[in-house]
Design a protein around this ligand. Sequence first.
Ligand SMILES: *Cc1c(COP(=O)(O)O)cnc(C)c1O
Length: 368
Amino acid sequence: MCGSEQDYITQAFDKNWIAPVGNNIDVFENLLCNFIKEDTHVAALNSGTAAIHLGLLLLGVSKGDEVICQSLTFAASANPILYLGATPIFVDSERDTWNLSPDLLEIAIKDRIAKGKKPKAIIAVHLYGMPYKVNKIRNLADKYNIPILEDSAEALGSKYKGDKCGSFGDLGVFSFNGNKIITTSAGGALVAKNLETKNRAIYLATQARDMAPYYQHSEVGYNYRMSNILAGIGRGQMEVLENRVQSRRDIYDYYKDRLQNIPEIEFLDEPKDYFSNRWLSCILTSSFEIRERIRLALEKENIDSRTLWKPLHLQPIFQESPSFLDGTSEDIFQRGLCLPSGSNLTEEEQERVISIISYVTEKVLKLA
Ligand SMILES: *Cc1c(COP(=O)(O)O)cnc(C)c1O
């Protein structure tokens, strides 16, 4: 927290706006619109997962439909497909961004169309803050006339050709969960291209109540709106967003500068025109064994590193889903590691991580 979050919460308490309506929500939504792009319309919700669920509903996904989803991502990207009784179709990643492979995406689309099941939507993810191949994915979506749900949960502050992530999909999604680059402790948002869609999202998120003097419901509704208290935290966090992005990028650059000469360690550079918020600093090691040695050596020193997201096509809950694979996501999963990346990490703390990685990799070299 930066400090001013408390002031906005206090304002909400003083005015007794404790419900999921109030000034903090309106201001937070406006701040997000202004940040992302003119003419976007943002609905603040109580999680990123809720935003994906409503997004799929708004794109018309229903029981029996198929939805294409990037396999290398957090389960929350795809769980809402199952909430709707639809089937996820998983597509592998490409090396340049670790995101949706345009080649495999087209193969998947053609295959499903040939089988008489045109996918209802494409869920594309900017993993760890690195934008996916925005132009290529957009061209394919337009060519086959399939809408994109842009999972930008990890990419607030990232850019492609100068435009902000969250603005590229037919609908965009953000998360403000506790682990994201800014947080409302729990929260999310849906980014729409017009006011009508935003209003429909809010209607569905507040129990789909009809305009009537009594409680009447003609559609199934949800309790997905953000509370005015948490939106106060979001208002404060928006003041430090650019700072947080800079801190994360500095942390990544520091690791890269100190570790890039080790042959067993690789970094994912930004392709030309890409700007990543570097939500988490990730490395690719030369093998699963070395990744594990590093992870366990860090753990021994009480330092928490994490493996990358386990691809969804390998998850027990998604076993039945068709998938289009070339081994990339599995390989990245086997060899990848997320290093400590919190915005308040100090250089001394980074040096501890770096010295352990250097020690482990030198020892491996000597053994070889
Ligand atoms: C965090 C995250 C979500 C879900 O957001 P919540 O606010 O935790 O529900 C969805 N997709 C990705 C890629 C995420 O990292």
